[in-house]
Design a protein. Structure first.
Length: 225
């Protein structure tokens, strides 16, 4: 099993490989998380001309701006050429779980608006099948009713708010749903049908263009859609 230093090196390798996909003049969506944190300096080092970026979180926007990357509000750009982001789980068929950083709703909006969505990760994020928890973003209004509906999605189900003051970039609450599931598409549809759920961290393969996954001695690129 890779130690923390090895994992971090693999995240950096995947991020640097993905940075090479970015070209002058692109409109680029930037995700959130520890792997994207390696992407930002790799992009800045390339000194691309006329690169216009959209950030999915205040943390990413701050870090990108400090490195000299041009970050614009997403209400200025209606579509993107490319979006790059990490993942918490990657299944063989291309389904993802995202949302460890609580920005999954914005990340999904950005991914859907991009002509290409590239997911970067270390190989520890590959799983044989997706499993709980699945992050969800929730309205505060009617919170207890929404949590109860989420817990009722399966036997032994639980929906727990993240401790402290965890919130999405838009100020909504973040919870993790722990319920057994075999079919991510079915669970995604059921989550979408619960009032009070703003969005969830299940990303369908139809959103994903390419995976860039770093192993111990290589970076593997695979096309999904």
């Amino acid at each position: 099993m890779a130690n923390a230093a090895d994992t971090d090196a693999r995240k950096r390798a995947a991020a640097e490989a993905a940075a090479e996909l970015v070209e002058d003049g692109m409109r680029l969506g930037l995700g959130t998380g520890t792997t994207v944190a390696h992407l930002l300096p790799a992009l800045a080092d390339r000194r691309l001309r006329d690169l216009r970026c959209v950030a999915t979180s205040p943390e990413t926007e701050r870090a990108a701006s400090e490195l000299g990357l041009a970050v614009e509000p997403f209400d200025v750009l209606s579509e993107l050429d490319l979006a790059i982001d990490g993942a918490d789980q990657i299944a063989p068929d291309g389904w993802l779980v995202k949302g460890g950083g609580g920005a999954h709703v914005r990340e999904k909006v950005v991914a859907a608006a991009a002509a290409r969505f590239v997911v970067i990760a270390d190989d520890g994020k590959r799983v044989q099948r997706l499993g709980p928890p699945v992050p969800v973003e929730l309205l505060g209004f009617g919170l207890e009713a929404t949590l109860a509906a989420l817990a009722a999605l399966g036997p032994g189900g639980r929906a727990r708010l993240r401790p402290g003051t965890a919130a999405s970039p838009d100020g909504n609450l973040i919870a993790d749903v722990e319920v057994p599931f075999d079919d991510p598409a079915e669970l995604a549809a059921r989550l979408d049908g619960i009032p009070g759920v703003v969005g969830h961290g299940l990303f369908a393969p139809s959103l994903v263009t390419e995976l860039v996954v770093a192993r111990a001695d290589e970076v593997e690129r695979s096309v999904i859609g």
